[in-house]
Design a protein around this ligand. Structure first.
Ligand code: LLP
Length: 420
């Protein structure tokens, strides 16, 4: 894979600005940069529609930024539909900004998508049946599991026989019969085989999409490439070549247009690619320990904040800043970086399966700051209240100006749900 972005030898940090924000809002704290999001959107402009998979980062201020850039939106829960509406996305009919993607429809969500006429990207025959009964003629997409998948971890592989997602490629006859029975309005076909695509799988998905359109016997207005584009989490990871990515899908689209005899809209549905590199999680070093041969740095962010390392063994680069924001670069020390939670897995430097991987980091002192990079996707949106820890604040830097886009949750707000 060849990069179409400049190589990075070190993840960039504007230390003094990060530290100023950390002083103002406390740590841990998520800090986003809007310019990076705009730049990533720009890299995908060749697609007719960029539909942001908001599960990656669902703060309404980020969603608004997406909308202002002409990006549309994917929602996967009732809550995400309400977030998209709150951010000003429009809804209703085949040109709705919002598409709802799922493998089941709970009762409350079914009622809301019918009320608002939100197009539904259908992942099971039962969804078709329930939607068809409640709303004949409803606009739909079909999410197809083409029989294979690929992800950066088994947990993010969304195709093949072990995946619960999409309609199995051999069950489409039943699906099309249901579409006809309820006169559902089939807008397009969609395939998302996992997070972390590679080009071998991509070519296969494009071929599968062409074959499915030809086999469907239906007219279609659109196809969706799904999401899955990765980013260089480690400094020596390669960047995805978005030109090449587009050219493979464009070729598939041309074949489909020749078959259907009219033009077809090509959508892409990225989450990670648009936001991962835009944010850093900043934490303060509060303790250190030497345990046998291991040197531990303990900071005030835990896996309730960023769960990716413990959940997938994901790698995030970490920078160490001195109290004034100057980056420490010398005196490397093999270090395990861990958090405050009462659980052994609360370690940021580990691989899938839980093996701790000590990492060479500059020697840090108590009161230093840790900057955990590329935390904008599946960072804040996957945070929890484990150990009764309130959600951390989110700050957005836009054209140099920092503003709070979510304040820190309080313990009192957690207790109030229990009438306490
Ligand atoms: N479309 C569909 C139907 C999806 O299921 C997903 C992700 C996306 C688009 C966006 O995928 P992306 O472009 O972000 O790879 N929590 C995991 C990722 C789970 C992805 C779930 N579905 C992580 O932190 O890596």
């Amino acid at each position: 894979m060849k990069s179409n972005r400049k190589d990075m030898s070190m993840k960039p940090v504007n230390g003094p600005q990060l530290v100023q924000i950390a002083h103002e809002y406390g740590t841990p704290c998520w800090i986003y940069n809007a310019d990076i999001i705009r730049e990533r959107i720009g890299q995908l402009r060749q697609f007719d529609v960029i539909r942001f998979a908001q599960k990656a980062c669902s703060n309404t201020h980020i969603l608004r930024l997406m909308r202002e850039q002409g990006v549309k939106i994917d929602s996967v829960s009732l809550g995400e539909i309400e977030r998209a509406l709150a951010a000003g996305f429009s809804v209703g009919g085949v040109h709705s900004d919002i598409v709802f993607t799922a493998d089941l429809l709970d009762r409350a969500t079914l009622a809301r998508v019918v009320e608002l006429k939100v197009p539904v990207n259908v992942g099971s025959p039962q969804m078709l049946e329930q939607l068809g009964q409640a709303s004949p003629g409803h606009p739909i997409w079909l999410r197809i599991n083409p029989g294979f998948g690929h992800g950066h971890s088994q947990k993010t592989n969304t195709g093949g026989e072990t995946s619960k997602h999409g309609i199995w490629h051999e069950q489409l006859d039943e699906t099309y019969a249901l579409i006809e029975r309820y006169d559902l309005n089939l807008v397009g076909l969609h395939m998302h085989i996992g997070s972390g695509v590679d080009y071998n799988h991509l070519a296969e998905v494009c071929d599968a999409m062409v074959a499915q359109v030809k086999a469907s016997g239906h007219d279609l207005q659109a196809i969706s490439a799904g999401g899955g584009l990765s980013i260089p989490y480690a400094v020596d990871d390669e960047c995805i070549n978005t030109e090449h990515y587009f050219s493979l899908w464009d070729k598939a689209r041309c074949e489909i247009e020749a078959h259907l005899g009219h033009s077809v809209t090509l959508e892409i549905e990225p989450g990670r690619f648009l936001v991962a590199e835009s944010a850093k999680l900043i934490a303060e070093v509060r303790a250190k320990k030497d345990v046998g041969n291991n040197h531990f740095l303990l900071c005030d962010a835990g896996f309730n904040d960023l769960v990716r390392p413990v959940m997938y063994g994901s790698h995030h680069e970490i920078s160490v800043l001195m109290p004034d924001g100057t980056a420490r670069t010398t005196d490397s020390r093999t270090t395990v970086v861990a958090g405050p939670l009462c659980e052994s897995g609360d370690v940021f430097t580990q691989e899938e399966g839980g093996t701790v991987i000590p990492r060479k980091l500059p020697t840090a002192e108590i009161g230093d700051w840790l900057v955990i990079h590329d935390a904008g996707a599946y960072g804040a949106s996957m945070s929890s209240n484990y150990n009764t820890r309130p959600l951390a604040p989110e700050v957005l830097i836009d054209r140099g100006e920092a503003r709070l886009i979510r304040r820190r949750q309080t313990v009192a707000e957690l207790l109030v749900l229990e009438d306490c």
